[in-house]
Design a protein around this ligand. Structure first.
Ligand code: 4NP
Length: 165
């Protein structure tokens, strides 16, 4: 079975997409399917390349038992569009930036992450970087819901294609 290759994308790759990478990993591990995924995250900007996630993101995730301390920020590259099956944008601006960067034939791989959280009241994970610590918790609520939704969608797709043979 080929792996699902997922890239979570935000602006700086030190707050939202590292938390999304960690939350999705944890959700997949809890269901015993982590080995079916290749998971990474990246940022559209290069300001924080090489840095660990923001301390506030590490704390908020850590309080939920999600360890993101080992991650290191990197910038999205054009090669990512070939390498990954899905690029999950944290907000509308990230989506637009990705669409501009993407080779045309790979543009269909870009999705808004919160499309997988249909009950959320927003389509954007708000950028918590310039705000208070509470913003990280709110972002994580949305991220955890979308992680569960995305995982369920991919697993049910797998099941459907296994049935088709
Ligand atoms: P992120 O948050 O996109 O969730 O990682 C940000 C981090 C840094 C900056 C902006 C957003 N910045 O402008 O440096």
């Amino acid at each position: 079975m080929t792996k699902h290759r997922l890239l979570f994308v935000c602006l700086g790759n030190i707050c939202r997409s590292p938390m999304a990478e960690g939350a999705f990993r944890r959700a997949a591990a809890q269901q015993g399917v982590l080995d079916r995924f290749e998971i990474d995250s990246a940022g559209l900007g290069d300001w924080h390349v090489g840095q660990a996630p923001d301390a506030r993101a590490q704390d908020a995730a850590g309080r939920r038992g999600i360890d993101i301390s080992g991650q290191s920020a990197r910038q999205v590259t054009r090669e990512d569009f070939a390498r990954f099956d899905l690029l999950l944008a944290m907000d509308g601006s990230n989506y637009e930036d990705l669409a501009r960067l993407a080779p045309k034939r790979e543009r269909h791989k870009i999705r808004r992450f919160l499309d997988f959280a249909p009950h959320a009241s927003t389509k954007d994970v708000p950028d918590p970087f310039f705000g208070e610590a509470e913003g990280f918790d709110h972002a994580l609520d949305l991220i955890e819901e979308a992680s569960r939704g995305l995982l369920a969608a991919l697993l049910s797709e797998e099941e459907a294609s296994a049935k088709r043979g």
